[in-house]
Design a protein around this ligand. Sequence first.
Ligand code: SAM
Ligand code: SF4
Length: 334
Amino acid sequence: MNIEKKLIDPFGREVNYLRVSVTDRCDFRCTYCMSENMQFLPKKDILTLEEIEDICNCFINLGTKKIRLTGGEPLVRKGVFQLISSLGKKIGNGLEEITITTNGSQLEKTASELYDCGVRRINVSLDHLNEKKFREITRWGDLSKVLSGIKKAKKCGIKIKINTVALQNFNQDHLLDMIEWCSDEGHDMTIIEVMPMGDIGSENRFYQYLPLSKVRKIIENKYKLIDIPKKTGGPARYVRIPEKNMDLGFITPLTHNFCESCNRVRLTCTGILYMCLGQNDNADLKTILREKGSLALEKELYSAIARKPKGHDFEISRKSENISVNRHMSMTGG
Ligand code: SAM
Ligand code: SF4
C-alpha cells in the first residue's frame, strides 16, 4: 500500500472507515426500519460481490483501516462468504479489521466461518429479550434462533456488541434488564436513538422516538453512571457502570450531534457512496466502475471525500413527516 495516500475531508477528518450494505434484503421487518411490504431492488441494480470487493480494495489502498459489512441482513446474501474471506485476507495488509452488523438470525450456522475469515467482533441488533416482544418489533424474527447464534459466536471467540434501538412504549422499561443480561453474558452494549430514515408504512416515528436523555435518567435511577472518554472510532459516547463492570454506549444523532469526529462513509448495495448518513449528496461508484473500470475509482473517491459535509440535519417532530432522508437504513447500511 502507498502509505502517502489518504482520504482527508475538507474539515481535516481522515476517512478510514467504510460501511458497506451488501444487500437491501432482510429476513426480518423491524417496524422502525422497514414497512412490512418492502419492495426490494432488482438484481441488476445491486453490485456484484466482485464489484464490492473492487471498491473495498480501492478504499483500502487509500487508507481505509476498517470495513463493516451490513445491510439489510448481510448474512442472507448468497455467496457473501466469498467477499468476507477475500477481505479477511487483507487484514494486516492495509486493513486492520473487518466487522459485521447482523440481526443474528444466521449466526448459529455461520459463526465459525466468520471467525475463520478473521472476524473478531460483531454487532448484533437486539431490541427485546422477550419472545413475543421480539416478534412484535421484528415482525418475522425468532428470538431463540438469535440467542443461540449469539451463544455460538461467543463460543467461537467472537466479541459481541448488542445494539438496541430505544423505542418509546416498547422497550424503555426493559432496557435495565437488557443491561443486566449483557453484563452477565459479557457483551458490550450500545443504545441507539431511532433515526428518521425511509418510509416505514403506517408506523409513526414520533411515537417511536425516545430521547436517550430520558433513557439515561431511567438507568441512573438504578445505577451510578460515570462519563468516560472512551473512543472506539464511532459516534458512541460511553458511560461506565461500575456496579455491572461494563461500559455502555449511547448513540444520539438527534439529541446530540455526533458528527464532529466522523471518519466514515457508506456504500449502498447499489454502489452509491454516501459521504454522510443524513445527507443526500453522493457519488455513483457503480456507474464509474461499470463504465470506466476500477482504475477510475480512485479519482472519484478523492472527489467524493472533498464534498463530505460537516454533519447531518436530522429532526423528529410531531409536525413533520419525519423522514429526513428518503432512503432506508437497510439500503444505506446502519
Ligand atoms: N440487519 C442488520 C441488523 O439489524 O443489525 C444490519 C442492518 S440494520 C439496518 C443496522 C442497524 O440499524 C441495526 O442496529 C438497526 O437496529 C438500526 N436501524 C435500522 N433502522 C433504524 C432507524 N430508523 N433508526 C435507528 N437505527 C436503525
Ligand atoms: Fe432487517 Fe436489520 Fe432492518 Fe431489522 S434493522 S429490518 S434486521 S435490516
